[in-house]
Write a protein that binds this ligand. Sequence first.
Ligand SMILES: [Zn+2]
Ligand SMILES: [Zn+2]
Length: 139
Amino acid sequence: MRRRSKQREVILNLLKRTKSHPSAEWVYTEVRKEIPNISLGTVYRNIKLLQSMGEVSEISCEGDECRFDGNTILHYHITCQRCGKIMDLDGIVLQSLEERVAAATGFKITNHCVGFKGVCPDCLEQSSPERYKYKVRLY
Ligand SMILES: [Zn+2]
Ligand SMILES: [Zn+2]
């Protein structure tokens, strides 16, 4: 029992520390630096348990693989379609959306998820010859 909660603590700390919205595989790789003999299945079970405890949330906006977030305060995400990075959109939450959906459907809304897709500034910069020329001129 004690060992189990130690594993869970290490996993939770990792998820709270990173802003990269990692996959279970990433967590597994990182956890093994501290607990070398842990299995991927154990990592996955612990993440799911943390999720049911409300300590971790799963990002499931039609993504291909499950990604996890140690930040459980309602917030939206934006995903870069070129490099795959997922960023938080801080300070943008449509509270009135839940009320409108509740009114329209009769559901008691417990959560909602909004995901944006696009190309991040880093990727845009890499692919824009104009920006590149400008930069070169500056140097
Ligand atoms: Zn990108
Ligand atoms: Zn997030």
